[in-house]
Write a protein that binds this ligand. Structure first.
Ligand SMILES: [Zn+2]
Length: 365
């Protein structure tokens, strides 16, 4: 090989099995049995109140013993992960079942890794795309972002029972869509950056296709899914959105990378003047990224009007009007201090990000 030849590796990681549908939770035991007959269940309290009986029933009817049951996971901290992993080792469990939203599932995945056991995810709401990924976001004891652990493998089984997810408050689905919305923009920026810098793995085309399919699905089905859920209707559109968030966005972001939208989200939350859920802030920051990139005007307008229709924030006033100096701080963080900023194709200047924010605020795009 020529010593100047560029070596490009395309890498894709995925869960071994993804199951989504009404009553999918009843397949848990049957699918988990391949990995042993001793389960350690780790979940949030609401999640296990809602899904706990069905989980026990499914495990029990497949001859799987529940050797550990932790139903009060609130935050994914190193202390919680270490404590639960120690406990899990004593139970001699063969696998860990994480049940709930992002924090409980992220905790369970990290616990499984420390136990050197497979993780199984059972999602109970749609605010997060954590269930299928091989990452755990760790927080400090006072709820601030600490780090993202990249785990050696994905959960082996991911179960999304849409009947349970559809009964969770609709705001969760809206937040999940807000987070998933960023995937197309960020993965495309990431691909351009890797191509330009020629310094690492390049994302597979398959991951970019998933990001695109996620975005199309949100645009096509998002509004009806929200309306239907508000009216208590579990429609085809609801299932499409759940798949876009839980599968397509998860596999796309994990096999590409975050970029300006998440860098700006992180910058905004660090100011202490921006109050909002992760998915809400990411949705707004995605609009900023689209404007920053000079995407076609019609595309940006379509994106903004979709956010308005589904109830995602399109102006800073939704978060409490941060001051000019706070915005500057956020832009400075997003431009080069945040790790995700390296995934943009060109070096960013804070003034350019501020300009994009200003355009979004004035509707001048
Ligand atoms: Zn996110």
């Amino acid at each position: 090989m020529d010593k100047f030849e560029r070596i490009t590796i395309r890498k894709m990681v995925t869960p071994s099995l993804y199951l989504q549908g009404k009553g999918a939770i009843y397949y848990l035991g049957q699918k988990a049995f391949t990995f042993g007959d001793k389960a350690y269940v780790v979940g949030g309290s609401t999640a296990l109140e809602v899904a706990g009986d069905r989980i026990k029933k499914s495990l029990d009817s497949n001859g799987i013993e529940v050797v550990g049951w932790r139903d009060s996971v609130k935050d994914c901290t190193h202390a919680t992960i270490n404590r639960l992993a120690e406990e899990g080792k004593h139970t001699k469990a063969h696998f860990v079942v994480g049940v709930g939203g992002g924090r409980a599932i992220d905790t369970a995945k990290a616990v499984a890794w420390k136990m050197n056991a497979p993780a199984i995810s059972v999602g109970t709401q749609c605010a997060t795309n954590a269930d299928a990924s091989a990452e755990s976001v760790v927080y400090t004891e006072d709820h601030r972002y600490l780090e993202t652990l990249v785990l050696p493998r994905n959960p082996v089984v991911v179960i999304e029972d849409t009947e349970i997810i559809a009964r969770a408050p609709v705001k969760f689905l809206i937040w999940g869509m807000g987070d998933a919305l960023s995937t197309k923009f960020e993965s495309e920026a990431f691909a351009k950056a890797r191509d330009k810098k020629k310094d690492a793995e390049v994302p597979p085309t398959a991951a970019l296709a998933l990001a695109d399919s996620c975005y199309r699905s949100l645009m096509e089905h998002g509004q009806k899914a929200v309306t239907d859920l508000k009216n208590g209707i579990h429609s085809h559109e609801v299932d499409e959105v759940i798949e876009a968030v839980k599968l397509s966005s998860a596999m796309a972001f994990e096999n590409t990378g975050c970029a300006l939208a998440h860098a700006l989200h992180n910058g905004l939350t660090r100011t202490g003047q921006v109050r909002g859920e992760h998915g809400e802030i990411v949705a707004y920051a995605t609009i900023v990224q689209a404007v920053f990139e000079n995407r076609p005007r019609d595309d940006v307008r379509h994106l903004v009007s979709w956010c308005d229709r589904v109830g995602l924030p399109t102006r800073l006033k939704y978060f409490g009007e941060p001051s000019k100096s706070a915005l500057r701080m956020a832009a400075e963080h997003a431009a080069d201090k945040d790790a995700n900023s390296k995934n943009m194709p060109d070096k960013m200047r804070p003034s350019e990000i501020l300009e994009a924010i200003d355009k979004v605020e004035r509707g001048a795009f």
